[in-house]
Design a protein around this ligand. Structure first.
Ligand SMILES: [Zn+2]
Length: 140
């Protein structure tokens, strides 16, 4: 239940983590594999990683969410634990048409985690509830 991605994708993130720890870059063969598994959203996700667009928000109770600033500057709150992103691409490609495994925001969150370049932010449990209810973005 915890991991909804296919084994091939899971292995890819593990490989990226290991090589990135060693060389501080992702080798071409892994980039090609990433492109193969995730299609065009792979490159868009890497752009988001370059822009440091992903923040991991956590609260004292242990809840966790990822905030990703999209290309348009909009902030998306993604839930990796249940694989959900509120962006239109996720609704259209992943949920309705079943064409992609995930959108660029969730992929960027996975990549940032694998590469260890994710920004961390701690919020109170109350702020987290607000976030999870989708009523407001975190203004900092
Ligand atoms: Zn998304």
């Amino acid at each position: 239940m915890r991991y909804i991605l296919p084994a091939v994708a899971k292995q890819l993130f593990t490989d990226i983590k290991e090589t990135y720890e060693e060389n501080a870059q992702i080798p071409d063969d892994l980039l090609i594999a990433l492109r193969f598994v995730f299609g065009s959203c792979a490159l868009q996700a890497l752009d988001l990683v370059d822009q440091c667009a992903v923040t991991c928000v956590s609260s004292p109770s242990g809840r966790k969410a990822f905030q990703v600033v999209g290309g348009s500057g909009r902030l998306y709150t993604c839930f990796i634990s249940c694989h959900y992103c509120p962006c239109p691409a996720f609704t259209y490609s992943v949920l309705r048409r079943n064409e992609g495994l995930l959108c660029k925001h969730i992929l960027a969150a996975y990549l940032c985690q694998a590469m260890g370049v994710i920004q961390q932010e701690t919020v109170s449990d109350q702020q987290m509830s607000t976030l999870l209810c989708g009523t407001a973005a975190l203004d900092t």
